[in-house]
Each structure stands twice: as structure tokens, then as C-alpha cells.
Design a protein around this ligand. Structure first.
Ligand code: WTA
Length: 677
């Protein structure tokens, strides 16, 4: 959380004006949808004062309805019964596919950039309609009906997008599970959602490596009786991939036999569109549910205004469809706007650190969206990887997932954006469905490190975390909450509305609680401070300390575990685990550490691997037995030196009040362990 020295540095933060060419159209670029700060404020104030008129008009103008809604808004955060566009009927797949295919069938919908750099494919809106329809027909044939859950465990191939849109077309609720999750994690998600069908691939390709998706899926399915059918897309065609008919069917055989049209099912505005599991404060991931019309409107209008999307634009979002950023800004937002979206199968450093920029040049990308962790990693490798490429098509460059530090911001702005692009730092969450705080490219001056001002309809409040009182005015620091409902906010947690209420709406009654700390500076700009709960954000991947601890405890050698996040120069945060061993464990520490890492990879996935595992004799606890994480965080972060151990005052300054610590001798041994390790 910010202290007074931070407040001072915020006051001195440099301000960058929106690039004038976006406001004037100089050089032939499209003039921005919103061209001045005044225009932004006028629209923003209307969206807050009269959301019914503002969003009613947006929904009518921007989306295609099969039956008009007759009430814009109902319910609130107090009661947890938020709903939008009541009585309306709409199909998301129709909005993202048909309405463009019917008028512009040859417009490119997807550019698929394969793992190998010399391979890419264009898929037009006309083709997209056929492909989505074929797989929708396959799903129908295998008994998928409106309201059923379908699991999607796919690499970054167009068939992943077809599958999502096919579910939306027939009203099935998709649950995309990131292809980096382990068999156990996939199993838990399939079981929780009661999925009937799994769509997967034989293998995935990423950075030249092969991922055994089907093998992992088979392991997960051993414990998933609800899954009757597995549709397998052949990504590599490796003949050794296991295949078990009649449960398993091949994507190519099945789709070849289906008609390339499937009529979109009219869906109620509030019918669920998808669920996406995300980590919270407890070990069990939550299936965050998004509904049809509100989510689509949020995705559509943030894409249009925050990325300033115009006809003919090529939108390059580098996320994975397994996360919310991929859902909203690779699939639903760009396609609803009729843009061309880039689907990137590889990693930024394969075969070398020019991959992103080579792609921008080759595909003439106009909006480029990535995470600070990628920017930091690429910045370290030097400007030479960027400078030889033509990046002149870029107008908006964007960041998401964690706070972007000013050094990374400046590099992105100067070396990639060449000081002629708007850099938008977009703050949002799986639960909000679309951006909630972000600059608008042609309108809002930016400050490196701040997500700036709220999007339309977002009414942020800074609360005192203890009392829940609103901190009025500027220059305040507290926790970030949202005052009133907005179209794309999550409506429930799958099969667990109590958990939804407890997590988001009960902590501060009447508000949606984000879980993030925030400062509102002297200009009313928001600076996100990171999570105030037990969520760790590693390279933009969100995980909970409890999830990691629950995985560790499953290992027979582990007695107790505490996972914490520590700052990391590249990944933002990194996971450090403190573990105590059961008695009679005789293996050496290195062997045990390796075993613990593989336990975490097995139960969650490789991306959750800790940076360090520290095996210790005991954990610092309060007299009532609660682990003092704040102490562990400081020690793991290297704040405490050996010299401090003999200086009570220094120790107190660095670790805070230790009077509740049950055994004060423990600090010395932990510090020595961390330093020796
Ligand atoms: C963090 C990703 C600072 C934040 C879209 C949030 C950010 C969590 C930013 C959600 C940003 C996301 N600046 N922090 N621009 N964007 N976060 O659900 O802590 O994977 O609560 O959604 O990421 O992560 P999630």
C-alpha cells in the first residue's frame, strides 16, 4: 500500500498527452471515437447520472437483438441480483459472426499465427460462420442443449474460438480451461461444472515444445463420469496419441459431415454465456459466471473505445484464450466489432525476442495488447530486437494484468510505440468481464503506472479497509470498490451464490469489492496497488496462496506450508514457499524440494512453480496458531539482514509488531535459512 513517499512521487509523475494524430487524423489515421477529455467527461458523467439512457442506447446502437429488451437495469450489489437488458433476446455468436459474415463474408476475422514463425492462416467471417456452425451441429448431435456445460481444453488454434462461439450459438455454457493446467486442475473444473463434453486437441505446440493435451485430458477424465464424449482436434497428428472410441471422436471426421449452417438460438439477456475459473482467497477455484447481453456489451464497447477500434483494424491481443483477456479481447470484443483478431500460438521469445514485432510488421497490427511481464522480459533483451521492424501501423499499445512500472511503461511507449501511440494501462478482472479503469486513447492524458480514469458506467470508491467508510476526495489510499452495477460484471459463482456474495458483495455491503488496493491521486487518477487478499499475480497469472498450500500439503513429506508472493523484476511477483517437514523424513533437501515443485506442477500446472522453496524447522505463528505471513513476506523479500537479528529495534522496524509471535526465536533461524539458501 502507498506510503507518504509514494504519494509524493505520484505528485511528480510525468503526464503524457494523447497523441495528437489520433485527435486530428493526421497521416491518414482514423480520428479517435472520443477526441478530447471534455468529450470523455461528458459521456462518463451521463453514464453515471443516467445509466438507463446511456447503456440502453449503447445496447441498441451497438448490438443486434432478436427481441428488444424492455428494461435496461434491475437489481443491485446490495442484494446480489444484478441484471441488465431484461426481457431482451440476443445471440452472442450471431453478433460476433453472422452480422459481419452476411454483409462482408470476405473480411478477415482471424489471423492465426502458428507456433512456427513462417506459418499463418487467414479465416474470413464467411468461413468463420461455416466453421462455427459445423461444430455447433456436432455438439447438438452429441446431445448438447441450451444450458449444458462444455469444457474446452485447447491450444491457441482457431478451433478453440470456433468451439466457444459454437457453444454461444446453441446456448451451451463454455468453461475454457487454460491448456497449461494439470490433469488434476482440469478434473476439478470439469467436475464442478458437470460438463457433458470435452473439446481438446491431440497435442499443443508452444515455443517449439509439444504439450500432451490429450494424455493430460485422459488422466483428468478418469475421474469425470459426467463427460460422455471427447471431441479431439488434430493439431499435430502424432499417431502415438491415445484415442478411445466410442468416447473419443475426431474433430475433422465429425465436422466434415455437418452442414455449414446452424441457426443461432435466441438467448435471454441474462442466460449464462460462459464460466471461467479463477483463484480467490481459498484453495478451491471459483467458476465466475458471465451472462449474455451485459458481457457482450462490455466487451464490445471497451474494445471500441479503449482500443479505439475502427473498421479495417487488426487487433493483436497476445493473451491466451484460457484466461479472461483472451475471452474478451481476442474473441468476443474484436469479433463483435467486426475487426480482424490475431490468435498467437507461440511465445514472445520464440524463435527469438523479435517475434511480437515481426508479427506487428507482417500483419499490420493496429492495436497491440500484452502484459507488463512480457514487456519487462523483452526490455531486458535490448532494443535491437525491436528497432528493425516497421511498427508504423500501431496506434494503441496496451497493458494488462498487473501494475506496469514506469521503466517498462517508458520502454513500451518509446521503443515500441515510438512516442506516437497511445499507451493504455487497462485495469480489470475476470469478474468484471471487461476494462473498468483505463485511459481512452484520444482523450485521456496518461501517467506511467496509473490506469488513469474509470470507464463508462464504472463508479469507483476508495474505502478504508478497516471501517469500510468511503474516503472522499483526492489523495486517498484504500481498497477499491465499485458503487453500482455495470453491464459486464459477473452475476454469480457457478453453483455457489453464497460464495459470490461472501467474496464480492458482503465485505463492504452495497459495493462490489475488487480485492485490490488503490490510490486516487491529486488529479483523481487511480493507481492500482495490487491485491490486498491472498492472491498472487505471477506474470499476470492469478493464483491463491491457499491453492499452492493445498497442493503442497498433499505431498507425504510436507507437514505445513505457507506460500507467499514476493516482488520480482520480471514476473511482477514470484511464489516463495516455506515448508516444514514431517518427522522421520530422511531425503536430502534438494530431493524434497524437487518433489514439492513437481507436486505443485501436478496439482495446478507448471506456471504455478515456486521460485524458491525454503524448508524450515517451524513457521512463525501467533499464539492462536495463525501463520504470520507478513513476517514471512519481509524475510523472503530479503528485508532482514543477519545484523538486524542482534538489534531489536531494527527488527521491529522491519518486521513490525512481533508481540503476538508465539516463539520469537524462530525469526533468527528463518532469516539464516533464507540467506543460506
Ligand atoms: C491485477 C486480468 C494493475 C489486479 C484482466 C486484478 C492489474 C487482477 C491490472 C485480476 C492493471 C489486472 N494494473 N493491476 N492494469 N490489470 N490487474 O482476473 O490485481 O486474471 O485484481 O484478470 O489482476 O486478474 P485476472
Amino acid at each position: 500500500m502507498a506510503d507518504s513517499s509514494d504519494a509524493q512521487s505520484l505528485e511528480q509523475a510525468p503526464v503524457y498527452q494523447p497523441p495528437s494524430r489520433l485527435q486530428t487524423g493526421e497521416g491518414g489515421v482514423p480520428v479517435a471515437h472520443i477526441k478530447s477529455l471534455e468529450e470523455y467527461w461528458t459521456m462518463y458523467e451521463q453514464s453515471i447520472r443516467d445509466p438507463d439512457t446511456f447503456f440502453g442506447k449503447m445496447a441498441q446502437d451497438e448490438l443486434s437483438w432478436s427481441k428488444p429488451f424492455n428494461q435496461v437495469r434491475y437489481g443491485d450489489f446490495k442484494r446480489g441480483n444484478v441484471s441488465w437488458f431484461l426481457d431482451g433476446q440476443i445471440n452472442v455468436s450471431y453478433n460476433c459472426v453472422d452480422r459481419h459474415a452476411l454483409t462482408n463474408p470476405d473480411r478477415v476475422a482471424i489471423i492465426w499465427e502458428a507456433d512456427e514463425p513462417n506459418q499463418h492462416t487467414h479465416i474470413t467471417y464467411g468461413q468463420l460462420l461455416e466453421e462455427v456452425s459445423r461444430i455447433a451441429n456436432v455438439l447438438k448431435k452429441y446431445g448438447v442443449r441450451k444450458g449444458d456445460s462444455v469444457a474446452i481444453y485447447m491450444p491457441m488454434v482457431p478451433e478453440a474460438v470456433y468451439s466457444m462461439l459454437a457453444c454461444a450459438r446453441l446456448g451451451a455454457v463454455h468453461s475454457v480451461v487454460f491448456a497449461g493446467f494439470s490433469a488434476d486442475a482440469l478434473r476439478d473444473r470439469i467436475l464442478d461444472a458437470g460438463c457433458k463434453i470435452l473439446i481438446t486437441a491431440d497435442q499443443g505446440k508452444r515455443g517449439g515444445k509439444t504439450i500432451q493435451l490429450k494424455k493430460i485430458a485422459d488422466e483428468a477424465l478418469g475421474a469425470c463420469p459426467s463427460v460422455q464424449r471427447v471431441i479431439v482436434f488434430q493439431r499435430t497428428g502424432d499417431p502415438n496419441v491415445p484415442f478411445y472410441p466410442p468416447r473419443d471422436v475426431w474433430w475433422h471426421n465429425e465436422t466434415a459431415n455437418q452442414r455449414p449452417y446452424y441457426p443461432p438460438e435466441p438467448m435471454d439477456s441474462e442466460d449464462p454465456l460462459f464460466m471461467l475459473y479463477t483463484s480467490g482467497s481459498t484453495g478451491k477455484p471459483k467458476g465466475v459466471v458471465h451472462t449474455t447481453a451485459g458481457y457482450l456489451l462490455g466487451a464490445h464497447i471497451t474494445c471500441k473505445y479503449v482500443f479505439d477500434l475502427h473498421e479495417g483494424d487488426v487487433h493483436g491481443c497476445m493473451a491466451d484464450v484460457g484466461w479472461i483477456t483472451g475471452h474478451t479481447y481476442i474473441v468476443y470484443g474484436p469479433l463483435s466489432n467486426g475487426a480482424t483478431t490475431v490468435l498467437f500460438e507461440s511465445v514472445p521469445t520464440y524463435p527469438n525476442a523479435s517475434r511480437y514485432w515481426e508479427m506487428v510488421d507482417k500483419h499490420k497490427i493496429t492495436q497491440f495488447y500484452t502484459a507488463p511481464t512480457a514487456i519487462r522480459a523483452l526490455r531486458r533483451l535490448g532494443d535491437d530486437f525491436v528497432s528493425s521492424y516497421d511498427l508504423s501501423t500501431l496506434r494503441v499499445i496496451a497493458s494488462v494484468g498487473e501494475p506496469i512500472n514506469p521503466e517498462a511503461w517508458n520502454w513500451y511507449y518509446t521503443v515500441v510505440g515510438r512516442e506516437r501511440c497511445a499507451l493504455v494501462d487497462t485495469y480489470w478482472q475476470t469478474e468484471t468481464g471487461s476494462h473498468i479503469i483505463s485511459p481512452i486513447p484520444g482523450a485521456v492524458p496518461t501517467k506511467p503506472g496509473s490506469a488513469t480514469l474509470p470507464f463508462f458506467g464504472i463508479d469507483p470508491a476508495v474505502l478504508d479497509s478497516q471501517t469500510g467508510q468511503e474516503l472522499q476526495g483526492n489523495n486517498v489510499t484504500g481498497v477499491l470498490a465499485i458503487r453500482s452495477s455495470f453491464p459486464s460484471v459477473t452475476r454469480t459463482v457457478y453453483d455457489s451464490h453464497i460464495r459470490y456474495m461472501d467474496t464480492y458483495l458482503k465485505p463492504y455491503p452495497g459495493y462490489y469489492f475488487t480485492g485490490d488496493g488503490v490510490t486516487r491521486d491529486q488529479d483523481g487518477y487511480y493507481w492500482i496497488r495490487g491485491r490486498v487478499d491472498d492472491v498472487i499475480n505471477v506474470s499476470g497469472h492469478r493464483m491463491s496462496t491457499a491453492e499452492i498450500e493445498s497442493a503442497l500439503i498433499l505431498h507425504p513429506a510436507c507437514a505445513e506450508a505457507a506460500a507467499i508472493g514476493v516482488p520480482d523484476d520480471v514476473t511482477g511477483q514470484a511464489v516463495v514457499c516455506f515448508v516444514t517437514l514431517k518427522p522421520d523424513i530422511t531425503q536430502d533437501e534438494n530431493t524434497i524440494r524437487t518433489a514439492f515443485v513437481s507436486t505443485i506442477r501436478h496439482h495446478i500446472g507448471p506456471f504455478a512453480s515456486p521460485k524458491r522453496i525454503i524448508i524450515c524447522g517451524d513457521l512463525p505463528k501467533t499464539r492462536s496458531g495463525k501463520i504470520m505471513r507478513r513476517v514471512l513476506r519481509k524475510i523472503a523479500g530479503g528485508d532482514v539482514t543477519l545484523a538486524d537479528l542482534d538489534d531489536e529495534q531494527a527488527l521491529k522496524n522491519k518486521l513490525g509488531d512481533l508481540s503476538t509471535l508465539a516463539d520469537s526465536n524462530i525469526i533468527g533461524s528463518l532469516v539464516k535459512k533464507v540467506i543460506a539458501h
